[in-house]
Write a protein that binds this ligand. Structure first.
Ligand SMILES: *[C@@H]1O[C@H](CO)[C@@H](O)[C@H](O)[C@H]1NC(C)=O
Length: 496
């Protein structure tokens, strides 16, 4: 085989089950049930290609794709002429897009259509474009194939992509690939993510002037006069938990190879089973007793927060009166309010947060998110938080450990200094971490991270000490971390 060019092929697979849409006229949606189509239609799959469009029809669903752009422009199903929004331009109904490099955007508009398979049972088409060096910097340097498949008896369309990178193509950093569908607005006034996550949605007309006020990022508006007065945002989280004595049972696992992870409220770190677990159909697997030995290098000198992977126990400020969302303003969900991040700059107007071990109370004195400080409307600057504490004795030759557990991070970096805030290099840095976006999404946790930072005893002194936590990134208010829990451990007396 010749190696003169290497291919990188990415696959994306997606199935749209149109049966889901059956009950579009009622607000009660029974998604699971509707996935089954009772009257199986077994017509042949037919393909019609014209200059402007391609139509694939299997008697259940008729899929129209613009030729040669590859935009999905029509899906006819049952009594609905088009489940996609016909008022939208062809390029804005069913499209693929990629965000790459510095916010460059490519909607993968293709140049050719090719029939890959055409039988009475299946039609597969490929909409393609080849990258050309003339477009350097303008279009994503990949050869693109957008594949569409319609099969006999199935009320949907399968989609996947083949993206090819040749060796001489320039570098590109892709960080978002998606397929988006803009559904017919007057029929789809709800969202249905699962049987239990279903909700009436605001409409695009609710987002325009007169009905809403723009907020800090594109997706956020304040609904001032929504078409449905009951509309309020709400969030959900789901957890699998053991019983009080640690027993658990996971049913209906699909066949495959798995790892088992666990964590326990009140303990840092994560458990991971050493073995892979292979599940075959009908398998019942007993795991017997699993033992988790959480990280610890020495006795606790002090701690801040509760190791539970969220920042919910810290200080969550009152929302600005104009943004209060009454549905979510009870105790446990206090963080689900718009604009809380700006309260940091109100509360710590002149200087940053200082936490004194022994006097401060983390539910009142530790802000739930380490955000930059706002200075003026559009500018932010980094913030340094201090933890002050006393040590009665110091073991100069021992090794101390700062356990720093992070509940969420977005394009943030925490630098840690012990006693000397101005040394050239921080003792430790997380480097830039996280894409969780928990702050603007009104979340309280994202991807968990644990840093066990070792510190030689000579960095400490008898009496008062300070740890400096600097969040160095401040391009905008949302570059932030949420701490889960911080603990200083003394040297292990056995080793020192
Ligand atoms: C810390 O503050 C919270 C909230 O005001 C209070 O419920 C708790 O008792 C305080 N804890 C201590 C140790 O004072």
């Amino acid at each position: 085989m010749s190696h003169w060019r290497r291919k990188l092929v990415l696959w994306m697979v997606m199935v749209i089950q149109l049966s889901l849409f059956l009950s579009v006229f009622s607000t009660e949606i029974h998604a699971r049930k509707l996935l089954k189509d009772n009257h199986i239609n077994t017509n042949d799959v037919r393909l019609h290609i014209s200059d402007r469009q391609v139509i694939i029809d299997n008697g259940l669903v008729e899929v129209t794709i613009e030729n040669p752009s590859g935009y999905l422009i029509g899906v006819k199903y049952k009594e609905m002429e088009n489940v996609l929004e016909r008022r939208n331009h062809n390029s804005n109904r069913g499209y693929w897009d990629i965000v790459w490099d510095d916010d460059a955007y490519d909607k993968l508009e293709t140049k050719h259509v090719e029939v890959i398979t055409q039988t009475n049972d299946i039609v597969e088409l490929s909409f393609t474009k080849t990258w050309n060096s003339k477009n350097h910097g303008k279009t994503l340097p990949l050869n693109i194939q957008k594949r569409y498949i319609v099969r006999r008896g199935i009320s949907g369309v399968y989609m996947y992509g083949i993206f090819e990178r040749q060796e001489d193509f320039p570098e590109a950093h892709m960080y978002q690939i998606r397929i988006a569908f803009k559904l017919k607005e007057d029929k789809f006034r709800f969202m249905a993510i699962s049987d239990t996550i279903q909700r009436v949605m605001p409409q695009s007309e609710d987002r325009v002037k007169g009905h809403s006020k723009p907020l800090d990022f594109k997706e956020a508006v304040l609904l001032t006069n929504p078409s449905n007065p009951k509309l309020k945002g709400e969030g959900y989280q789901f957890w699998t938990q053991t019983d009080e004595i640690g027993r658990f049972n996971i049913k209906n696992v699909r066949p495959g190879v798995y790892n088992l992870y666990a964590w326990a409220h009140g303990f840092i770190g994560s458990y991971k089973l050493d073995l892979d677990i292979t599940i075959l159909p009908g398998n019942k697997i007993e795991l017997n007793t699993l033992i988790y030995d959480p990280p610890r290098n020495g006795p606790t000198l002090w701690e801040i927060g509760i190791p539970d992977r969220t920042a919910a126990e810290f200080f969550i400020p009152e929302p600005y009166p104009q943004y209060v969302n009454s549905i979510t303003n009870d105790g446990a969900d206090k963080f689900r309010q718009y604009g809380l991040w700006d309260r940091y700059s109100d509360i710590y107007r002149d200087s940053d947060l200082v936490y004194t071990v022994g006097t401060s109370n983390y539910s009142k004195d530790w802000f739930f998110a380490h955000v930059p400080r706002k200075i003026g409307d559009d500018r932010c600057r980094p913030t340094t938080w201090q933890i002050k504490y006393n040590l009665q004795d110091v073991n100069n030759r021992g090794t101390y450990t700062l356990q720093m557990a992070i509940a969420a991070a977005s394009f943030a970096e925490v630098e840690v200094q012990f006693n000397d805030p101005n040394s050239d290099r921080p003792h430790f840095t997380t480097k830039r971490i996280g894409y969780d976006n928990a702050v603007p999404r009104h979340g309280i946790h994202g991807l968990y991270r644990l840093y066990s930072i070792e510190v030689p005893g000579y960095r400490f002194r008898k009496g008062s000490n300070t740890i400096y936590l600097t969040q160095t990134r401040s391009d905008n208010s949302f570059e932030a971390v949420m701490y889960d829990y911080i603990r200083l451990e003394g040297p292990n007396s056995l080793n020192n």
